[in-house]
Design a protein around this ligand. Structure first.
Ligand code: THU
Length: 138
């Protein structure tokens, strides 16, 4: 499959805007909304390492902060300087499973445009949900 060039360019822009003085590992994420808007997110690190925020969560929190909700999301793309397509961390998979519909595709890529496309539900099977909080888990 060929990569969506417009989305890739935006993801690369977010990648370039990452603040990574500690890991030097930049990540960019973009959300394509159903209204055509593209929302970017970058990983933002901190000298107190554990406070760093991943690109995926930056993009999602930005979208929600602008008033968008899960059903407004068409697709997500994530890029990092990884050998193969980047693999989102576990924490981001959990957040994605709540804030993006489970059937939405996440396009994982790298600077060479290697591609792996996965649905949110396949990135994190058996995620913790609000149902678990109310005794309605599987
Ligand atoms: N990182 C992301 O932003 N997204 C991922 O999918 C993997 C990891 C960030 C966290 C940290 O700033 C740096 O990459 C190295 O782990």
């Amino acid at each position: 499959m060929k990569i969506d060039e417009q989305l890739f360019e935006k993801a690369l822009y977010a990648y370039q805007n990452a603040y990574t003085p500690y890991s030097h590992f930049n990540v960019g994420a973009v959300l394509l909304m159903k209204d055509g808007t593209i929302i970017t997110g970058s990983n933002i690190e901190n000298a107190s390492y554990g406070l760093s925020n991943c690109a995926e969560r930056s993009a999602l929190f930005s979208a929600y902060s602008q008033g968008y909700r899960k059903d407004d999301i068409e697709r997500m793309m994530v890029i990092g300087n990884s050998r193969g397509p980047i693999s989102p961390c576990g924490a981001c998979r959990q957040v994605m499973s709540e804030l993006i519909p489970l059937d939405v595709e996440v396009v994982l890529t790298n600077l060479k445009k290697d591609l792996k496309i996965m649905k949110v539900k396949d990135l994190l099977p058996y995620s913790f949900t609000d149902g678990d909080l109310h005794g309605k888990g599987i």
